[in-house]
Design a protein around this ligand. Structure first.
Ligand SMILES: NC(=O)c1ccc[n+]([C@@H]2O[C@H](COP(=O)([O-])OP(=O)(O)OC[C@H]3O[C@@H](n4cnc5c(N)ncnc54)[C@H](O)[C@@H]3O)[C@@H](O)[C@H]2O)c1
Length: 271
């Protein structure tokens, strides 16, 4: 499998390292980052250096079989339709872009028409296997509670909108409660998992999200509660933040590696 990566930050560089180390049976053919230095650093992991693309267009026109997006929701919106149309499968990390139902339907149709796949890794959460099984019957409620150290929420549009200075938060504070659709707009770099959870369960609109800041923790904590005909489940993960980007959990990058392994393996475990 020939892979191209867009975005050589916290997630992209960990995925590339796994390919360079032979942990994933794939060849990295192209890298792209708005910051060329980031792409050069990642290219340095390889004996046989992947080419650095000058633009995402170059990836669209390449011979890659799979394009990994680990850049931004904007990149997904602008380029996923073109990349899928050029008969390449995609693995998306900026899943928040798919909270826009019209856009999601559009790229799903393109993937279907071109007979390629769209892979959405579990990211920073777990429990999606059980939720997908449960969604074969009725599900009544899915709630995600995300608690992060205040610093990890820095830069979220919601904080600017409300004039909240995270540096002044002294105790655990619930900042937001509402639909996943709104949460993704208000915390775009923090709750991509809300979109993945919504798409795996009862839809993004009906999925509820709570976002809290807690200065006493040093992990990104995600708790999922789901209730349906199957019964109910609770899932909690306390994620180590990635050293390169505190907003991103290490598990998110590991889930991308696991997805690449799943794609290339003859055996699939779990739902
Ligand atoms: N699904 C999940 O669970 C999950 C978890 C964490 C992060 N994410 C999302 O995954 C994405 C990557 O996360 P990260 O922590 O690696 O981010 P990061 O900021 O560490 O790295 C992103 C990289 O993409 C590059 N980039 C941005 N826009 C670009 C463009 N238009 N063209 C080329 N390069 C571009 C940046 O220069 C940067 O090097 C983000 O959108 C993030 O919100 C998803």
């Amino acid at each position: 499998m020939r892979v191209a990566i867009i975005g050589c930050g916290a997630i992209g560089s960990i995925i590339a390292k796994a390919i360079a180390d032979g942990a994933v049976p794939a060849e990295l053919v192209l890298l792209c980052d708005a910051d060329r230095k980031a792409a050069e650093k990642v290219s340095g992991f390889f004996k046989r250096k992947p080419r650095i693309a000058e633009s995402i267009e170059e990836i669209v026109n390449s011979n890659a079989d799979l394009v990994v997006e680990a850049a931004s929701q904007g990149v997904v919106k602008l380029f996923a339709p073109k990349i899928l149309s050029s008969k390449k499968s995609m693995m998306l990390m900026s899943v928040g872009a798919l909270a826009d139902e019209k856009f999601f339907d559009k790229i799903k149709k393109v993937a279907e028409k071109k007979r390629v796949k769209l892979y959405l890794p579990s990211g920073a959460i777990g429990g999606l296997d059980a939720l997908k099984s449960a969604s074969a019957a009725k599900i009544y409620e899915v709630t995600l509670t995300t608690t992060k150290p205040p610093n990890a929420l820095k830069g979220a549009p919601y904080l600017t909108e409300k004039g909240i200075d995270v540096g002044k938060i002294r105790k655990k504070t619930i900042l937001y409660e509402g639909s996943a659709t709104e949460a993704i707009k208000k915390f775009p770099a923090n709750v991509n998992v809300a979109a993945t959870l919504g798409l795996a369960g009862i839809g993004v609109k009906k999925t509820k999200v709570r976002v809290a800041a807690d200065p006493s923790i040093d992990k990104n904590v995600h708790e999922i509660f789901a209730r349906g005909d199957f019964g109910e489940f609770k899932f909690k993960v306390e994620n180590v933040p990635s050293p390169q980007n505190p907003r991103t959990s290490y598990l998110a990058a590991l889930s991308a590696i696991a997805t690449l392994k799943k794609i290339t393996s003859p055996v699939e475990i779990g739902t």
